[in-house]
Design a protein around this ligand. Structure first.
Ligand code: SME
Length: 160
């Protein structure tokens, strides 16, 4: 396993995703523990992009339960269909929210969060977890983030 990530901080967002995704694949290769891998993925995304909050909520006992993350403390449980995370779980699709105040039912874990993207990881037709990323700026996420973060989901599904 590599000991550090190679990140060109002057690169575009798309170039960073193209550089970081193979490094994440290498990071989790040969390790089957989901929490260890999710912890490193959260850390890698935080280091590459400097997101305000990045982490995982795992489906457990009919709720989303907080998993490995980087950033300020967060809500521990989210119900099906609630907030951005619970809605992405219900709809089984990526949600990009340019302004969290305009999303009905948004769950504000931190007042610092202004925009958000949530990407579900689906295995055997069921959502197993969601990746949640928050920014402290409005409109930080777009289809580029959605496309590359969705590419990460099969990598995660393999070790779940
Ligand atoms: N804002 C999320 C809750 C999780 S925190 O942002 C970490 C939501 O509405 O589901």
């Amino acid at each position: 396993m590599a000991e550090s990530l190679l990140i060109d901080h002057s690169a575009t967002k798309e170039e960073k995703y193209q550089a970081i995704l193979p490094q994440i694949e290498a990071l989790v290769f040969g390790e089957e523990d989901a929490y260890a891998n999710l912890s490193n993925i959260a850390a890698a995304l935080k280091e590459a992009f400097g997101f305000f909050w990045v982490g995982f909520y795992l489906v457990k006992g009919g709720q989303l339960v907080l998993g490995p993350f980087q950033g300020p403390i967060a809500c521990t449980r989210i119900n099906y269909g609630k907030g951005v995370c619970g809605t992405a779980w219900e709809k089984k699709k990526t949600l990009v929210v340019p302004n969290v105040d305009e999303f009905p039912g948004h769950i504000a874990c931190s007042s610092g969060s202004k925009s958000e993207i949530v990407v579900p990881c689906i295995k055997e037709n069921e959502v197993k977890l969601v990746l949640d990323i928050d920014s402290d700026n409005f409109a930080s996420f777009d289809e580029v983030d959605a496309r590359y973060l969705e590419e990460l989901m099969p990598v995660i599904a393999k070790f779940l």
